[in-house]
Design a protein around this ligand. Sequence first.
Ligand code: ADP
Ligand code: MG
Length: 209
Amino acid sequence: MNNNPKFIVFEGIDGAGKTTQINLLREELEKLGILCEVTAEPTELPSGKAIRRALAKEVDKTPLEMAEMFTFDRELHNTDAKIGIKKMLAEGKTVICDRYYYSSLAYQGTVLGYDAVAKLNLENPKILKPDMCIFLDLSPEESLKRIGNRGNTVEIYENLEYLTRTRKTFFEVFEHLRKREENIAIINACGSISEVSSLILAAVLDVYK
Ligand code: ADP
Ligand code: MG
């Protein structure tokens, strides 16, 4: 087993199980003696808070401004002296991140075009390429059920259409990324929490070989 710290990203539509599985993966890896740090985007830095305000429509931003705000937050997420991904990796910690540029390519890419968002992120020397992206793949119907169980109110038809479109867009993004030697594991997320966790652990341990 190679003990180099890894940078692992979780993606998937809302309700697919990212938060649940990130916490379980951290526990499993720590049992194996692998130190982990869990992080998420948008960050808790001022740049991430500004994104949340814009998403909540408290301030008005154009789609290009939004894409640039996400890129800036991601740059700082990589380079910040206290909470930066590069710093954590340098300390020997495996970094597990909830959403990253795959989400930007899917969500902002739909509005601005894939190439524009790819240019901001993939050609950016401050933004690391992850060692692995785990895409939790769940049907939009099942995601909606899980979101409902989580206690949020859901407007069923609107959201079903939106989640269906988003899932399709993620697969288009992965098709684009084929040329880039990205390590993307599509994990079937419809099983029980422990079944999905086992699939993830097997895929992740593969990158430690
Ligand atoms: P995400 O972070 O991707 O939006 P969550 O981890 O918050 O998803 O999961 C959404 C909801 O579904 C939570 O209430 C969680 O407890 C539940 N959940 C997660 N994984 C499963 C699973 N495999 N089977 C059933 N429910 C699940
Ligand atoms: Mg979550």
